[in-house]
Design a protein around this ligand. Structure first.
Ligand code: GNR
Ligand code: NI
Length: 163
């Protein structure tokens, strides 16, 4: 196991679009354990592979208070079921340290993914899990929470980060 280095905004590598995982092998399992270790060490509730400069569609999440409920989503995809059902949440990001902002997202989604063995799954998550999954899938698309803010706010965060 190893703790991985997390890229921070405005690193251009955070803008890469991740490609689907095609090989469900031991090396994928090892990488997923490194991602989990990194998420726990950094006290995050989620981590996307893009944040550790690996550009395949892999996310890990643990929203439990006890930090003992690791969830792994490979090749996650979602559809918004009701675009009028929205949830506003005060979000933070390990790649944008020191910044929290209210972000509004759909609350009702249909999610499909594969597990580390390649088995297919589907679910309709709700609440914080829905928020976190969308935050992580954004990372896989090269999108960051600062993209939801005004250009002025984003520029202030960029300037602060490069000091
Ligand atoms: O640790 C994290 N907390 C968090 C809080 C609200 C909404 C999303 C998140 S994810 C974040 C970890 C992270 O940066 N994942 O990409
Ligand atoms: Ni993040």
């Amino acid at each position: 196991m190893a703790k991985l280095n997390i890229l921070t905004f405005p690193d251009p590598r955070l803008r890469k679009v991740a490609v689907p995982v095609t090989k469900f092998d031991k090396s994928l399992e090892n990488f997923v354990s490194d991602m989990l270790e990194t998420m726990y060490e950094e006290n995050g509730i989620g981590l996307a592979a893009s944040q550790v400069d690996f550009h395949e569609r892999i996310i890990v999440i643990d929203i439990s208070d006890e930090r003992n409920d690791p969830k792994v989503f490979i090749n996650p995809e979602f559809k918004v079921l009701n675009d009028k059902s929205l949830l506003s949440f005060n979000e933070g990001c390990l790649s944008v340290p020191g910044v929290t902002e209210e972000i509004v997202r759909p609350d009702s989604i249909y999610l499909t993914w594969q597990d580390v063995k390649g088995e297919h799954h589907a679910d309709e998550p709700s609440g914080l899990l829905t928020v976190c999954i969308q935050h992580e899938i954004d990372h896989l698309e090269g999108k960051l929470m600062v993209d939801y803010l005004s250009p002025l706010k984003r520029d202030r965060i960029r300037k602060k980060a490069s000091k």
